[in-house]
Ligand binder design. Structure first.
Ligand SMILES: Cc1ncc(COP(=O)(O)O)c(C=O)c1O
Length: 469
C-alpha cells in the first residue's frame, strides 16, 4: 500500500512539533491556519509571526541566567539583537519589548536608532554595539549619538584605523570601544583569516599605542564572531578559547575591559529532525569563561551575544501555490510555483541554505519526489534537496488546477529580505550606489548623466516601515 505524505513525515520525524501541526488535513504554523491566510490574502505570501521572537529571546535569556547562577558567575548577560538579520520596524519594535540591546552594522542602522529614540521606544541609556566597517558616514552618526548623550555606545573597532578617524568627531567625554578579533576561518574556506576585525597578534600593541593612555577612549569589550555558527566542535571551541585567552591578556593590562562579546551564530531549526542542545552549549560558554577567569585571577566579564538568525529566523514563512506540474523525464517531476526561490529565499541558491519545506494541504495524498521550480528564466531557480535528504518529497498531484497544492518554506525570517532586495532593501542597509548612464549623442560623442543618485536613508526607512511616505 502506498504511504500518504502524513505517514511519511510521521514515521521520519517527531511530528507534530513546536510551531507545526495538522488540523483537518491542513498545516498550522504556530497555531495559525495557513489555509485561512491563503484564503484571505492569496499567494505568494510572506508571513512574519511576531510572538515567536519573544519566545526565542526569553528562552536564551533564561538559559543564560540559569547557567550564570549554576556556575556562580559574577558578570551579567546582555542579549543584543543583530539588526541586520531583519531591519523591519515591526521586528525591531517587537524585539525591544523584551529588554534587549541592539547591535548595528552601518550608518543607516543608526538612523533607525535615532528614529526609535524620536518615537520614545528607546532611551539614551540603551546599550548599542556598533559593529561592522566604519565608513565616514557611520563614524559621523556614531559621534552624533555620543555627542547627543547616548551613554552606552560600544564602538567595536574593526581595523587599526577606525579609532583615529572617530576621535576627532567626539566633542567631549570618553567613548567606549571594543576590539574585534579576526578569526581563522574553517579549513574548507576560500581564505584563512577573516577580513573582519584586527589580527590577534596586533591587538596588544594597538591597545598600548592607541588606547591605554588616551583619556578620550576606554576599552570596554573584546569581540569575535564565528560566522559558521556556535557548534560543539573543536573548531568552534578552539576559536572561543583563543578569544578568551586574548581577553585575559588584555584584561591584565586594561582595568576598564569588562565585556566579552561572542557575536551571533546560534542556530535555528532548518529541518524537522533538528537537534541542538541550547542548554548544554550556553552552559559550556558560561562555564568555560568562568573557569578561565578563575584560574587567571581576573573578574568574570559581562557576556554579550548578537543573535540575529536565532532571534527572527523562526518567525518567518513564505507560502507558494503550485502553478503547474511537469513530468520532464521518467524520474524528474517539477512543481512550478507562483514566484521565485532566488528572489524570495536567496540563501537557498546562493549558499545552498536549507529551510523547512512542508505542504499546506493534501497531507493525506500519496507522496512523490519532486523538484520545485520558480518562474524566473534562471536555471538556478529551483529547490530539490533538504537538509537531511538528498531529495524533496511533497504530496503527489497530477494537475495543479484540479488539485491545488500550496507549500511553505519556514523559518525564513532572517536575512532573506535584505539579501533579496525586498522593495529596494540592501544587505546591512548599504545603499545602492549612484548610477551614471553613458551614451552616444546624435553627433556620436559620448555624454553621461546621473540616472539615480545614491539611495537615501529615507528610502530605506520607508521600505522598513519607519516612515509613512
Ligand atoms: C558581527 C556579527 N554579529 C552577529 C551576527 C549575527 O549572526 P547570526 O545571525 O548568525 O546570529 C553577524 C552576522 O553576520 C555578524 O556579522
Amino acid at each position: 500500500m502506498k504511504q500518504s505524505y502524513f505517514e511519511l513525515i510521521d514515521q521520519t520525524y517527531y511530528f507534530p512539533q513546536p510551531g507545526f501541526d495538522i488540523e483537518n488535513g491542513n498545516l498550522y504554523f504556530n497555531n495559525v491556519s495557513l489555509k485561512h491566510m491563503i484564503d484571505k490574502y492569496g499567494t505568494p505570501l510572506k508571513i512574519s509571526y511576531l510572538p515567536r521572537i519573544g519566545e526565542q529571546i526569553k528562552r536564551v535569556k533564561n538559559l543564560f541566567s540559569k547557567s550564570i547562577k549554576a556556575n556562580g558567575y559574577k558578570g551579567k548577560y546582555n542579549y543584543c539583537y543583530c539588526t541586520k538579520s531583519s531591519h523591519f520596524s515591526f521586528i525591531i519594535k517587537e524585539v525591544l519589548k523584551y529588554g534587549v540591546s541592539l547591535e548595528t552594522s552601518s550608518s543607516y542602522d543608526l538612523d533607525i536608532i535615532l528614529k526609535l529614540h524620536e518615537e520614545g521606544l528607546i532611551t539614551k541609556n540603551i546599550k548599542l554595539v556598533q559593529n561592522g566597517h566604519k565608513t565616514d558616514g557611520y563614524l559621523q552618526k556614531i559621534a552624533q549619538l555620543h555627542n547627543a548623550g547616548f551613554k552606552n555606545l560600544i564602538v567595536v573597532l574593526d581595523s587599526l584605523h577606525e579609532l583615529d578617524r572617530l576621535l576627532p568627531l567626539i566633542e567631549s567625554g570618553t567613548i567606549q570601544v571594543g576590539i574585534r578579533m579576526a578569526i581563522d576561518e574553517e579549513p574548507q574556506s576560500a581564505y584563512y583569516t577573516s577580513r573582519m576585525g584586527i589580527r590577534p597578534a596586533d591587538v596588544m600593541n594597538f591597545y598600548k599605542e592607541k588606547i591605554a593612555d588616551n583619556p578620550k577612549v576606554k576599552l570596554r569589550m573584546l569581540h569575535y564572531f564565528v560566522d559558521s555558527g556556535i557548534k560543539d566542535t573543536l573548531y568552534y571551541w578552539g576559536l572561543f578559547q583563543k578569544g578568551l585567552n586574548l581577553y585575559v591578556e588584555l584584561k591584565k593590562q586594561c582595568e576598564s575591559l569588562s565585556a566579552f562579546n561572542i557575536g551571533g551564530g546560534l542556530p535555528i531549526r532548518n529541518n524537522l529532525g533538528f537537534e541542538y542542545d541550547y542548554n548544554y552549549i550556553i552552559n559550556e560558554i558560561v562555564r568555560n569563561i568562568k573557569d578561565t577567569c578563575t584560574s587567571e585571577g581576573i573578574d568574570d566579564p559581562d557576556i554579550f551575544t548578537e543573535f540575529g538568525r536565532y532571534t527572527v529566523g523562526e518567525s518567518g514563512a513564505i507560502i507558494f501555490k503550485t502553478l503547474e506540474v511537469k513530468q520532464q523525464n521518467d524520474a524528474e517531476l517539477w512543481y512550478i510555483i507562483d514566484n521565485s526561490l532566488m528572489t524570495t529565499i536567496p540563501d537557498s541558491w546562493s549558499i545552498f541554505e536549507k529551510f523547512i519545506l512542508l505542504p499546506v494541504n493534501n497531507w493525506d495524498k500519496e507522496y512523490s519526489k519532486v523538484n520545485i521550480g520558480g518562474i524566473t528564466c534562471d536555471h538556478s531557480d529551483y529547490y530539490n534537496t533538504e537538509d537531511l535528504n538528498q531529495q524533496v518529497f511533497l504530496p503527489k498531484i497530477k494537475n495543479a488546477d484540479e488539485e491545488p497544492l500550496y507549500m511553505g518554506f519556514f523559518h525564513t525570517g532572517a536575512y532573506q529580505d535584505s539579501i533579496s532586495g525586498y522593495g529596494g532593501l540592501k544587505h546591512c542597509l548599504i545603499p545602492a550606489p549612484k548610477h551614471v548612464v553613458i551614451e552616444r549623442d546624435e553627433n556620436g560623442l559620448l555624454r553621461d548623466y546621473l540616472f539615480k543618485d545614491e539611495q537615501k536613508v529615507e528610502d530605506m526607512l520607508r521600505i522598513l516601515g519607519f516612515l509613512d511616505k
